[in-house]
Design a protein around this ligand. Structure first.
Ligand SMILES: [Zn+2]
Length: 294
């Protein structure tokens, strides 16, 4: 069994990434998974080579070891293969709606995303115009069981309408690339932050359309807040661990991260000690279903 840690190379790793990696490795210990490292550089306009290089280096400083390494930009042929498969099934269509038009003509969901109503399915743009490619999202309810948060029942079509697979400049979208990657890399457990939870039903729908009979299990960990009330995320916590490691040992930094979210008062932690400290936060909620699921 495999799970994965999948950062985007749009900046140096910060404390929130390390905490997220601790969750992935804690879940991997509980569920007996190996862990793959995937660099998610699908958005080439934001990815930077320096961070592609720094991410594995910084993770290694803490002692994280991975079963495999992959990077999305080296996997274009895989995305194309799955995309061609969906197109051959008649499940894709071109859309040239501008951003302005999208927001004018469609409702938006609670996250501010457009719920696309299918304008270009009914009114196909001409072949000469640059266009994004959308997936005919099935209009059906998908039930899934989050290993931490419990049961969900969601209709991805109601959440976002027909989702974009490829944008108009030819970049694969996060949703599409991730589903292809998880299929291709045989990921059976996805551990990630709660802020991505509402992508799950659409990813399961896409996964099924690609022919994956058993989509991954999902575990969304809580977004932990620092004692200052700040979320540990790259947007709000921009000090890199690379900079912090200049004046701190990895053991001190691991302890500081776990202290910041109230999990310990230790001043130094080995990687395994930090993973062991995170484990109960995953296990205490819905632990009983684990054995029956795996
Ligand atoms: Zn359109």
């Amino acid at each position: 069994m495999f799970t994965r840690f999948a950062p985007s190379p749009t900046g140096y790793l910060h404390r929130g990434h390390i905490l997220s990696a601790l969750f992935v490795f804690a879940a991997a210990d509980i569920y007996k998974c190996r862990v793959r490292l995937r660099i998610e550089d699908h958005d080439q306009s934001r990815a930077r080579e320096a961070y592609v290089k720094s991410i594995p280096e910084d993770l290694a400083r803490f002692g994280f070891t991975f079963d495999s390494y992959s990077i999305q930009s080296a996997r274009q042929n895989v995305y194309q293969k799955y995309f061609d498969m969906l197109s051959a099934k008649g499940l894709t269509y071109r859309c040239n709606c501008s951003r302005k038009k999208l927001f004018e003509e469609n409702p938006v969901n609670n996250e501010g995303e457009v719920i696309y109503q299918g304008h270009c399915l009914a009114n196909p743009p001409s072949e000469n115009e640059p266009a994004a490619i959308r997936f005919k999202t099935p209009n059906e309810t998908i039930a899934w069981n989050d290993l931490l948060l419990g049961e969900f029942s969601e209709n991805p079509y109601e959440q976002c309408g027909d989702m974009v697979l490829k944008d108009r400049i030819g970049q694969w979208t996060y949703q599409f690339a991730v589903v292809c990657d998880d299929f291709e890399e045989d990921i059976s457990l996805v551990v990630r932050g709660e802020d991505i939870r509402n992508s799950t039903a659409r990813q399961i729908a896409l996964s099924r359309a690609l022919g994956r009979e058993n989509p991954p299990q999902y575990l969304h960990h809580p977004l932990l807040y620092a004692s200052t009330g700040k979320k540990l995320s790259k947007r709000e916590h921009d000090v890199s661990v690379r900079a912090e490691l200049e004046s701190n040992s990895p053991e001190k930094l691991l302890a500081a991260i776990c202290t910041e979210v109230g999990l310990t008062t230790a001043t130094e932690l080995t990687l395994q000690q930090a993973i062991d400290i995170v484990k109960p936060t995953i296990a205490k909620h819905k632990f009983l279903i684990l054995n029956s699921e795996f």
